[in-house]
Design a protein around this ligand. Sequence first.
Ligand SMILES: NC(=O)c1ccc[n+]([C@@H]2O[C@H](COP(=O)([O-])OP(=O)(O)OC[C@H]3O[C@@H](n4cnc5c(N)ncnc54)[C@H](O)[C@@H]3O)[C@@H](O)[C@H]2O)c1
Length: 352
Amino acid sequence: MRIGVVGAGKVGALRIQTVKDNPDTELATIFDVSAEPAQAAAAGTDAKVVSSMEAFLDTPMDAVIVSTPPHLHEEAAVGALRRGLHVLCEKPLSNTVEGGRRIVDAALAEKRALAVGFNLRYYPFVKFAREAVDSGQIGKVDHVRVFGGHNGLHNFSGDWQYKMPESGGGAMMDIGIHMSDLARYFLGEVTQVSGVMSEKVYGLPGSEDNAVAIFTSPEGVPATYHTTWNEWKGYKSFVEIYGDKGMVRGSYAPMQNLLLVSNGPNGSVSKTRRFYPEIMVREKLKSWISTALISFQEELDDFLKMTNGDMNTPLADGYAGLRSLEVAHAVRESTNAAQLIKLPALGRMASV
Ligand SMILES: NC(=O)c1ccc[n+]([C@@H]2O[C@H](COP(=O)([O-])OP(=O)(O)OC[C@H]3O[C@@H](n4cnc5c(N)ncnc54)[C@H](O)[C@@H]3O)[C@@H](O)[C@H]2O)c1
């Protein structure tokens, strides 16, 4: 599969690396308004480095990875889909709900694969939790808790990352978008949202620094959600899924799991703890970026499957991308109106 990549920044460079490393993909072209990172990323390949979106989309290829800032995703994604190309788009799918919907509509109209880079689904702490739920070990899911935060603006290398017109919002569009996706990943769907977001710590209009919410599935199963830019302890995220027979927790960083399973009416509980010393050592030597890279490699493998009609992987589809935008918007709406916001079920996209 010939793949073009638009945006060769921090994440784009890693995405390009995965295309170079994968035996089933070939790097066709790179477009970045800044020529230097594009040239550097293309080194050692036959990929063309182009200087306009038009030239990028005119390159013969089969799929596109979009890794520009969020307000630029729509132009690249819709342009590629309209040319019959499959798209793997970085999160958030767009900076607006409307933009996300237009991207999804283009994928549906063109019958092309649309995947969204919710790569935390591929992190071992999430995979372990998913397996514990799917194997029935914790029983019927009763409620979910998700949290994702870090300690603020100094973590960002570019100001588009916290300025609403480009990013589409604050913590909910940053680490929070992964967590709302994971809440939906474990609930199956989110059709009700109520919450409170605030902009009091950094005072950036439209960029919430905190949001606390409850998401509910069509079956009435709730997830509590908190995302923040003032988690002063640093980058932290966790998912907890509680069932009628036990619970599973996954957290990062560091990568850890806890599984508690009730052994019956006598109340005894078996406990499994998972630490990931090999990941801790690798991250000490090669940084957390090495963990992100592995998740991107696995995402690319599943994207290739999606383009062949196989949707039976953890890869997030366009509806997952759209619902996470709608959920962030709904928390804002719920805050302003002091009301519960209802959303129609989307489910999963059909295979191409
Ligand atoms: N999956 C994850 O965990 C994860 C983590 C961080 C960022 N992201 C997402 O990845 C995307 C890129 O983030 P990043 O951290 O690499 O940002 P970055 O700022 O490092 O890179 C963005 C790149 O886009 C280029 N660019 C800007 N305007 C352009 C245009 N009009 N046309 C072509 N190129 C243009 C810039 O020159 C830059 O090289 C964003 O959508 C971001 O939200 C995802």
